[in-house]
Design a protein around this ligand. Structure first.
Ligand code: ZN
Length: 196
């Protein structure tokens, strides 16, 4: 397993519609293992393959964090959050309803966060590495995360859902963040964003 460099806003691969995974090849397994390691190093909640430069429909979600986040406040204080990455092959939203707004961030838009409006509840379907088809209904953070990651597979960043003014601010923040890594001590961030 290896950490792969993260693509940031402006990278052409993030604008492309990703291709479906037609068979789980050794390359796809390696990609998933690397995405799991990259997501952990980046301390993120979800990661889509285009974010590491591979235009295929594969995402990784940290189910451990989602379960921890969904706990009642009091219980959360006494519960350790575990990293439980789940690999979703060819995920898709099959039903959605309502409107919900939550502040989002993205590993491909480092240094910027903003509220985004999405569906409040979704039902999503995906395939596991064993070829099993799974389906789940979700709301709250899980629903937001799934929509955010599937957007990546369609070449859409969360800032594409904002006004042009906000999008320009975001692009400026990303440039500033990447430039700051030249002087910064944070070795993990430098590795993640491909700074030697
Ligand atoms: Zn993202």
């Amino acid at each position: 397993m290896a950490i792969r460099p993260l693509m940031v806003a402006g990278s052409p691969v993030l604008k492309k519609k990703a291709a479906p995974v037609t068979s789980v090849t050794p390359e796809i397994r390696t990609l998933a293992a690397d995405m799991i390691e990259t997501l952990k190093a980046a301390n993120g909640l979800g990661l889509a393959a285009p974010q590491v430069g591979e235009s295929v429909r594969l995402i990784v979600l940290d189910r451990g964090y989602l379960a921890w986040d969904a706990l009642p406040d009091e219980e959360r204080k006494h519960t350790t959050c575990r990293y439980e990455p789940d690999v979703l092959v060819n995920p898709e939203i099959i039903a959605q309803e309502g409107i919900y707004e939550m502040e989002e961030g993205c590993l491909s838009v480092p240094g910027y966060r903003a509220p985004v409006q999405r569906a409040a509840r979704v039902t999503y379907r995906w395939t596991t590495f064993d070829g099993e088809v799974r389906e789940r209904s979700a709301e709250g953070l899980e629903a937001v995360a799934v929509q955010h990651e599937i957007d990546h597979l369609d070449g859409v960043l969360f800032i594409d859902r904002l006004s042009r003014v906000k999008r320009n601010i975001a692009v400026g923040k990303v440039k500033k963040f990447i430039a700051s890594l030249d002087e910064e001590e944070n070795e993990t961030a430098r590795r993640l964003y491909g700074k030697p």
